[in-house]
Design a protein. Sequence first.
Length: 215
Amino acid sequence: MPAPRRFDRTPPERDSTRINERIRVPKVRLIDEAGAQIGVVDTEEAMNLARERDLDLVEVAPDARPPVTRLLDYSKYKYEQEQKAKAARKHQQQVTVREIKLRPKIAVHDYETKRGHVERFLRGLNKVKVTIMFRGREQAHPERGRMLLDRLYEDVAELAVIEQHPLQEGRNMSMLLAPSREVARQAQSQSDSQPAPAAAESAAATDSPGEAATG
């Protein structure tokens, strides 16, 4: 009696990859499980070799002539690819651009408030578009807007790098700031040091058993 297979060879319904009996061309170019080139062989011969090694015949380059196939455990391969994709998504940072708008004659208190917002956004690994809005006669003095943007950058220089220098477009002048490498490094370090939610809940339950019993 043959031993039960560890992995299900049937691909999901939405999986368009041709494997095993789905490969209907007469000949294929075959690569073995170690990556060695076997060459062009009859598809039936390649199928028999896959069965002998308890592997799948998987089409990896369908547009080639003949198609390129490889011997591998398809279910295990798909699982490993999904895990790699999850790991990549976990470490991928989604960049958000926040916008802060200022007037050239901004009051000191309002400036400090806006600067605090910029710092908070940068620490959250967001980019910040800082826009100076000119009205009426203010448009005759663009240097005041540039001085304000330069001042703001100097105040947050430990957190930011200038990704786009001050640029005037119509009545507005904008500058784009991005988090510095040090900010990104600190954020990543904090993220790596935080326990997983399940672990944190488990630890909390262990540390305070009396709370669970309190109703």
